[in-house]
Design a protein around this ligand. Structure first.
Ligand SMILES: *Cc1c(COP(=O)(O)O)cnc(C)c1O
Length: 366
């Protein structure tokens, strides 16, 4: 058996007729950017997350970057961010001229609430929390800290569509909840797309202007904006997929349950689940000391895997100017050397899941 990760076609096939009908509807409508389909998706998605407003934008990175900008955070300001995240979270901070202040994760791979306060300075303006791999961070403690210190809270929900903490959806805790709909995400479009959700009317208005050249009224430019609009085709396809997100996440949960009960190998550390939270398994991330050897072993058995992520942002070449060095964030750096994401995708067949489990169980540490 061969397990390849170029499998987005499978989840298209699950609801193919509905996607084709939605796409044709838009093609025949004669209206392609910011129109009735975007409005309908924004309404459906804000209701899904449980927020008043949703602003569709061009990507997850734009959702984050424009949220930071709309909150008035820029040069001279510090933003607390997990050290172990995808680079986009950090890019959203530095693109606005603000300074990222990295904080190590807890044992669920998310921002360690117990380490946040030590990182707060008079310059701190916000906490950027990431619900990494599909599991909510410790939101009760993090919201409490943000409130106690008068900090803004931005959630990076690019990997957590449908994940909850204490019964509340991720994206419904912060000033802004930022989503990516990149095709591989749990709620993925058929191209680039993103959105911000919020309850703050003024913030929503600012974001609506920023995404469209900074204008509320065409050709009357109030803010120095960008072009980051959601298009009708993606919005229509996303609304179709949103109606099936529950089934899609349930399928991921079944695969994760099979891995959690089936994988029994002392060399492999299985992911920990947070109490009072549900995991939507954007990635199923294990840890093992000889990670590169294990990944090669899986490749030798025709199982493709990915490392999320091999280089933490503070050690990325582009961030040398921040002045961080190896050893500054040992927990994060160790994770970058030990994590591996096992195959996890919609449309994964039972025999494929079984093959992964058997192969992982057959691994002997060198
Ligand atoms: C995917 C992702 C983003 C960026 O989303 P794009 O739509 O690719 O711009 C940001 N943060 C995290 C954690 C992500 O996984």
């Amino acid at each position: 058996m061969k397990i390849d990760l170029a499998v987005l076609g499978r989840q298209f096939e699950l609801y193919q007729e509905e996607y084709e009908a939605a796409a044709l509807r838009v093609l025949r409508s004669g209206w392609y950017v910011l129109g009735p389909e975007v409005e309908a998706f924004e309404k459906a998605f804000s209701a899904y997350v449980g927020r008043k407003y949703c602003i569709g934008v061009g990507s997850g990175l734009d959702a984050l970057t424009l949220s930071v900008r709309a909150l008035g955070i820029g040069a001279g300001d510090e933003v607390i961010v997990p050290a172990n995240t995808y680079i986009a979270t950090v890019l959203a901070i530095t693109a606005n001229g603000a300074t990222p202040v990295f904080v190590e994760p807890d044992d669920c791979f998310t921002l360690d609430a117990a380490r946040i306060e030590a990182a707060i300075t008079p310059k701190t303006r916000a906490i950027m929390v990431v619900h990494l791999y599909g599991q909510a961070a410790q939101m009760d403690a993090i919201c409490r800290i943000a409130k106690a210190h008068g900090l803004r809270l931005v959630e990076d929900c690019a990997q957590s569509h449908g994940a909850k903490f204490g019964g509340t959806m991720t994206g419904a805790f912060g000033d802004a909840g930022c989503f990516s709909f990149y095709p591989t995400k749990n709620l993925g479009a058929f191209g680039d797309a993103g959105a911000v959700v919020t309850d703050d009317e003024e913030l929503a208005g600012t974001l609506r202007m920023l995404r469209n050249y900074g204008s509320e009224k065409k050709y009357y430019n109030k803010l120095v904006g960008v072009n980051s609009r959601l298009d009708e085709l993606q919005a229509a396809l996303l609304r179709t997929k949103l109606s099936h997100l529950k089934e899609l996440n349930a399928e991921r949960e079944r695969i994760a349950a099979a891995y959690l009960s089936g994988i029994q190998n002392p060399a492999i550390r299985l992911p920990k689940q947070r109490e009072n939270a549900n995991h939507v398994w954007h990635q199923f991330v294990i840890e093992t000391e000889d990670r590169d050897g294990f990944q090669q072993y899986l490749a030798d058995h025709d199982i493709q895997t990915v490392i999320h992520y091999p280089i933490p942002p503070h050690l990325a070449e582009c961030y040398q100017y921040l002045g961080c060095k190896e050893g500054d964030f040992p927990i994060t750096e160790h994770m970058a050397k030990t994590v591996l994401s096992l195959p996890m995708f919609n449309g994964m067949k039972e025999e494929e899941v079984r093959y992964v489990i058997e192969t992982v169980n057959g691994y002997e540490k060198a």
